[in-house]
Design a protein around this ligand. Structure first.
Ligand code: SF4
Ligand code: FES
Length: 362
């Protein structure tokens, strides 16, 4: 690919950003959230509850892709919502590919066709459950059989397939069945990730958060299926239960950024909720110079106990958006950390569950 020939991302950043290189790391990945529209209604969705319906057009996406490549970005993750709903997806993917970038499709599989797969290097297919009735109930649509067909399309195209299953109270007891199902789909990788409580997932937290006993059983089931199939299995334990925060985005504005459907450039998928103006300008200006991208970069912003903690370079104080959602202060230590002064305020799952509110955005 071109980036290996012409000196790689560091050379690009020196060319376009000059002395800025010494002040900030370079981004490797970009998440292109093409649309929030989606045929499914999963209550665990991390998309914002109050989402703008505005979508930028093809020319704006093409320009951002070119800027991203110039900034050094190597991987583009086309996501949503459901990105295949955008008619210009093939054009955007071809452009990214022509720039030498690795292209990943993150999809529900609904609406996927062989043409829509053209130009992609990898596909990540979301699956709700191994059992059809349960899967369709979670998705709010008869979709399970269409996902099986989508997986077959990916295999026929010769592309590597990752099956992604977001775990919550509605499917967490079926980890072994889900692993068998993913192996049957021909996945080379299975990601079992507990729900991140943003957007609709946060709104439905009381309805979908597994109990401590359910998580314990899921941990054990994940350990049992590990190595059982010719498939990599990645199981991510939930930070709400481990007392250890996740190194969200591998550190704020450190490796990746996202662009939402309205064209707003963000350090992570949930950052639009944080107070302050949206960054403006070219991607290089936003990445290196914007207040938002510099707000939590590095470790100087950290409060106690992170400031003096040996783990601050490993987890970066956790997730800024989660800290904001749970404390009202995006600069606070992530409350899922057992050392956070807010940790004891976290409410564990238990008691009667309210009904899941389906995500509504079509
Ligand atoms: Fe991470 Fe901060 Fe907790 Fe230390 S105190 S483990 S740096 S979140
Ligand atoms: Fe925004 Fe974690 S989702 S920092």
């Amino acid at each position: 690919r071109r980036l290996l020939i012409d000196g790689g991302p560091a050379a690009h950043a020196r060319n376009i950003a000059g002395k800025r290189l010494s002040r900030a790391p370079l981004p490797v990945g970009m998440v292109a959230e093409l649309t929030y529209r989606c045929p499914l209604s999963c209550g665990r969705c991390s998309n914002p509850v109050e989402a703008s319906r505005r979508e930028i057009g093809t020319a704006a996406w093409l320009a951002r892709l070119t800027q991203a490549r110039d900034l050094g970005v190597l991987q583009v993750h086309f996501s949503g919502g459901e990105p295949v709903l955008r008619p210009d997806l093939p054009e955007l993917v071809a452009h990214a590919r022509g720039l030498g970038m690795y292209t990943n499709l993150i999809t529900s599989g609904i609406g996927l066709t062989a043409r829509r797969l053209s130009g992609f290097d990898h596909v990540q297919l979301s699956v709700q459950h191994a059992a059809e009735t349960a899967a369709d109930a979670i998705a709010g649509l008869r979709s399970h059989h269409r996902k099986i067909a989508a997986a077959a399309l990916v295999r026929e195209a010769g592309l590597p397939l990752t099956v992604n299953v977001v775990l919550h109270a509605g499917n967490v007891d079926a980890v072994e069945e889900i692993a068998a199902f993913a192996a049957g789909l021909g996945a080379s990788r299975l990601e079992l990730a507990h729900t991140q409580y943003y957007g609709w997932g946060l709104r439905n937290r009381a309805a979908i958060m597994p109990t401590a006993a359910q998580i314990h059983h899921a941990d054990e089931a994940a350990a049992r299926v590990h190595g059982r199939y010719d498939m990599e299995i990645v199981y991510v334990r939930p930070d709400h239960h481990t007392g250890r925060p996740k190194p969200c985005m591998n550190g704020w504005a450190s490796r990746q950024f996202a662009i939402d459907p309205s064209g707003t450039v963000l350090p992570c998928l949930a950052a639009a909720q944080l107070p302050g103006p949206s960054p403006e300008g070219s991607l290089a200006e936003i990445w290196f110079d914007s207040e938002l991208f510099n707000r939590f970069r590095g470790t100087a912003w950290m409060p106690d106990p992170c400031r003096g903690c040996d783990l601050r370079e490993l987890d970066f104080g956790g997730c800024r958006c989660q800290a904001f959602q749970l404390t009202g202060d995006a600069a606070a230590t992530d409350p899922v950390c057992s050392l956070s002064p807010h940790h004891q305020d976290l409410v564990p799952a238990g008691g009667p569950r309210p009904a899941v509110i389906p995500r509504r955005y079509r």
